[in-house]
Ligand binder design. Structure first.
Ligand code: S3P
Length: 428
């Protein structure tokens, strides 16, 4: 589907951003291996979290869905059944990497498959530590899906310094660790999102300049009532849409404020976006707030690489903001962006260049010479079927001098099925 985006004179409204994708995946996975019934309120209706539910159903877990409420009858750590068909993770890296930790740790015979994009993303980062722990897992050409998981002789204790700041990798190893009688220890020096530790209540303590997190069979997997907060990664598109607009005011209710997720707020604050946080409170085990974003006079920024893991999914839309910020902005230390649904560094450089922005791609980031009066050329933007590319291009196009087109626009359903309706509702 091609989506037309008109230039926007004024953007205003109040939105309920979609439920957080990371928390949705995790609440379903953890509920499935708890013993007893858990309830999840505000479960995401996006395609990725649905892939997680479908895989769990394939493993014999009973799931009842009523609107956005999901009830999961947990089968306990050792209750997953070998599936009759391959577990289809669709486009979802989080489903494949986290679920691999569970099925490989439990020793469930199964095959895991994904779509073309997911099948081209390396799984070596999870395969190496899982094998070191004694799990049986094989991959196509050593690193790609389909993955084959089998039974094993027992999980070996392991101390694992994370070689990359990745919450998917950290979670995979910790989840496999839940099946070992001795603790698996993960050492994290650069902090990635902490939903797994938080929702499971795993023990962690400071270690050198980072922290050490432990998991083992003696950690109880709680039966609980989960409440999924609004997705900060989705909210980030509207924060930037407001900041770059001439006349905008957008309120975003119930937005997730987990400190390990909101570095984009720090970045936008430093750029002068002046986003207001109201009513900061807890929604289940996660903090949330109501945000208000308005038009701003943005300044350029040299983004501190330490922030990268905590705004990894927001970097594409931050690049859009940088085009409208006076001066040179730089992103470094973001090589991980090349390993997402598409190579998001190259893809964004192409999108921004099509719009007429002055960008230089680096191996680990990008340099953008921005101008407050930047007017993107109307263009037909490619998306590589990547939801975040489509949404970033759309926000860019709201500032264009003419009508733009977003190709394969249906891909926004991966994380944000209501994105196009929400965008339309903001036009005044
Ligand atoms: C996610 C972690 C991030 C992020 C992805 C979701 C998660 O990936 O990009 O969208 O829910 O754990 P990495 O952990 O590989 O950086």
């Amino acid at each position: 589907m091609i989506q037309i985006v008109e230039p926007a004179k004024k953007l205003a409204g109040n939105l309920q951003v979609p439920p957080d994708k990371s928390v949705s995946h995790r609440s379903a996975l953890f509920a499935a291996i708890a013993s007893g019934k858990s309830t999840i309120r505000n479960y995401s209706s996006a395609a990725d979290p649905q892939s997680t539910l479908d895989c769990l159903a394939g493993l014999g877990v009973k799931i009842k869905k009523n609107g956005s409420t999901v009830e999961i009858e947990g089968v306990g750590r050792d209750g997953l059944s070998p599936p009759a068909a391959p577990l289809d993770c669709g486009n979802s890296g989080t489903t494949m990497r986290l679920l691999a930790g569970i099925v490989a740790g439990a020793g469930v015979d199964c095959e895991m498959i994904g779509d073309e994009s997911l099948s081209s993303r390396t799984m070596k980062r999870i395969i190496d530590p899982l094998r070191q722990m004694g799990c049986r897992i094989d991959a196509t050409r050593g690193e790609y899906a389909p993955l084959k998981v089998g039974t094993h002789q027992g999980i070996r204790a392991m101390r694992y310094p994370l070689p990359i700041a990745s919450a998917q990798l950290k979670s995979c190893v910790l989840l496999a660790g839940l099946f070992g009688s001795e603790p698996t220890e993960v050492i994290e020096q650069k902090f990635s999102r902490d939903h797994t530790e938080r929702l499971l209540g795993l023990k962690s303590e400071p270690y050198s300049t980072g922290k050490i997190i432990r998991s083992s069979r003696s950690d109880e997997i709680p039966v609980q009532n989960y409440a999924v907060p609004g997705d900060f990664s989705a909210a980030a598109f509207w924060l930037v849409a407001s900041a770059i607009s001439d006349d905008a005011s957008i309120e975003l209710n119930n937005t997730g404020m987990n400190p390990s997720r909101i570095a984009a707020l720090t970045v936008l604050d430093e750029m002068g976006a002046g986003i207001v946080r109201d009513n900061v409170r807890n929604e289940g085990k996660e903090p949330v707030a109501d945000l208000t974003a308005r038009s701003a006079e943005l300044k350029s920024i040299d983004l501190d690489p330490i922030l990268v893991p905590n705004c990894i999914d927001e970097l594409p839309i931050l690049m859009v903001a940088m085009c409208f910020a006076d001066g040179q902005s730089v992103i470094s230390g973001a090589e991980e962006l090349r390993h997402k649904e598409t190579d998001r560094l190259s893809a964004m450089a192409e999108i921004l260049t099509l719009a007429g922005a002055d960008v230089t791609l680096k191996p680990d980031g990008i340099m953008i010479n921005g101008r407050r009066d930047f007017v993107p050329e109307p263009a037909a933007y490619p998306t590589w079927h990547d939801h975040r590319m489509a949404m970033a291009a759309a926000i860019l196009a709201t500032r264009s001098s003419g009508v733009s087109k977003i190709k394969d626009a249906e891909c926004t359903a991966i994380s944000y099925p209501e994105f196009w309706q929400h965008l339309q509702s903001l036009y005044q």
